[in-house]
Design a protein around this ligand. Structure first.
Ligand code: SAH
Ligand code: SF4
Ligand code: F3S
Length: 440
């Protein structure tokens, strides 16, 4: 009889898709997905270490697993992902109930590692070996899925001063375009119609490997029958080139939304961060994107309180926000990460001051988010239906081409994954509406 595995995923979409791949891989070690933690024989934490808060959350989740493990003999605890990569042996030393610590490059070996852990041997595997053979395994995808994430690269070569990712994910490695296209054709055969291409810096796809360029890849994906929505994340503003910007005018199935993390609106701070672009270059790319696809939506990430950030630097971030008026944004207080350049930079911003800036930024963004959502009221959108609404089973949940979340009521007569939805109201982060050409 097969055993049950429960995976708890922290962090970004890279981790989400890695977890889905782990589920597929573990089938070969005779594990099926567990409906809940209580049923599981093996629990696997796929961790993140992007900010200290993520660290703390995981450490407390790990603490709670001590009781879970002792409740039944033979239960196993495995920890993988970025925090596992960062902490390695230290993590295993501090938490004796952890049976296996495996790094971000050990995914392909997971079935063997778990078999060894079942026998009580070898607890740690965290070499950054450059092994990408896990890409040959398709991520687990629930039946009926219409959207899927597709890894196109891993790691990052940018070493932004604040960021742990290159340290824990290793250098950038792109996947072969043949393998990516095969995976996407297979997904389309299973009914998937939207693909989200994943990488820390998708615009530099294939450069090191001499592969086709990122725009070349997107064009090939657009030609796959059945794929009617393409998205990608994340674009580094420095590497977003004119050809990629042009794709938004050229390929209709490329969705009108770009996640373009600004981080800071001050050139001085951008340079300390090592981001490789100036505010004016960023803004001119925003303009070109708007020219290529009028109405395109923008989202961003911001860090406030980076070492040396003065009030006037922060004001410049707010000024760029006023100019772009992002549809949505993630914003964070700077968090020093071990081994990064910024962790030892002088002129730390006092935490209370960073908190105040963060609140100001978030309240400005809340207003812009609201304004962008309100502008959708009364309009009709093609919504890709992903399932039932989390807050009301009677409603459906989906996303507009601009990636806005929509909860809506529908006549059950509609078929196919897309519905025309008229927006009736806007909340603080999502829209609600009704299917069809209903008018008030
Ligand atoms: N590859 C993406 C982002 C990956 S991390 C990019 O280049 O933009 C996601 C976001 O976390 C970053 O955009 C940044 O805003 C935030 N972040 C990363 N390291 C951080 C740190 N040390 N402190 C606070 N926020 C951080
Ligand atoms: Fe981190 Fe910068 Fe790479 Fe993004 S581009 S993952 S922020 S180092
Ligand atoms: Fe992602 Fe967190 Fe790792 S954001 S790449 S899971 S550090």
């Amino acid at each position: 009889m097969s055993k049950l595995v429960y995976i708890e995923t922290f962090g970004c979409q890279m981790n989400a898709v890695d977890s889905a791949r782990m589920l597929s891989l573990l089938e070969s070690a005779d594990y099926r997905p567990a409906p809940s933690l209580g049923d599981a024989d093996l629990v696997l934490l796929n961790t993140c270490s992007i900010r200290e808060k993520a660290d703390q959350k995981i450490r407390s989740a790990l603490g709670e697993l001590r009781r879970w493990k002792s409740a039944r003999a033979g239960r196993l605890v495995a920890v993988g992902g970025c925090l596992a990569q960062q902490e390695g042996a230290r993590l295993a030393g501090r938490a004796p109930h952890v049976d296996l610590v495996f790094g971000t490059h050990s995914i392909a070996r997971l079935p063997d590692l778990i078999r060894n852990a079942e026998k009580g041997s070898s607890r740690i595997d965290i070499g950054l070996s450059g092994d990408t053979s896990h890409w040959e395994t398709l991520p687990y995808l629930p039946d009926g899925s219409v959207t899927a994430m597709v890894t196109i690269m891993q790691g990052c070569d940018n070493y932004c001063a604040y960021c742990i990712v290159p340290h824990v994910r290793g250098n950038e490695i792109s996947r072969s375009s043949r393998e990516i296209l095969d995976e996407i054709r297979g997904l389309a055969d299973r009914g998937v119609t939207e693909v989200i291409l994943l990488g820390q810096n998708v615009n530099s796809y294939g450069r090191k490997e001499g592969e086709i360029s990122f725009p070349g890849l997107v064009r090939k994906i657009a030609a796959v029958p059945g794929i009617s929505r393409i998205r990608f994340i994340t674009s580094h503003p420095r590497d977003l080139d004119p050809e990629t910007i042009g794709l938004f005018g050229e390929i209709e199935t490329l969705c009108p939304h770009v996640h373009l993390p600004l981080q800071s609106g001050s050139d001085r701070i951008l340079s300390l961060m090592g981001r490789g672009y100036a505010r004016s270059e960023y803004l001119s790319k925003v303009k070109s994107l708007r020219r290529a696809r009028p109405g395109i939506a923008f989202s961003s990430d911001f860090i406030v309180g980076f070492p040396g950030e003065k009030e006037e630097d922060f004001e410049q971030t707010l000024a760029v926000m006023e100019e772009v008026r992002y549809d949505s944004a993630f914003s964070f207080r700077f968090s020093p990460r071990p081994g990064t350049r910024a962790a030892s930079m002088p002129d730390a911003v006092p935490s209370a001051e960073a908190g105040r800036r963060l609140r100001r930024l978030q309240s400005l963004q809340d207003g812009h988010t609201r304004e962008r959502l309100d502008a959708c009221i009364g309009k009709e959108f093609e919504v890709l239906v992903e399932g039932r609404s989390a807050r009301d089973e009677a409603q459906h949940f989906g996303r507009t081409p601009c990636y806005k979340a929509v909860n809506f009521t529908a006549e059950e007569t509609g078929t196919g994954p897309f519905r025309r939805v008229r927006i009736r109201a806007a909340g603080s982060h999502s829209l609600s509406g009704v299917e069809g050409d209903h008018r008030d």
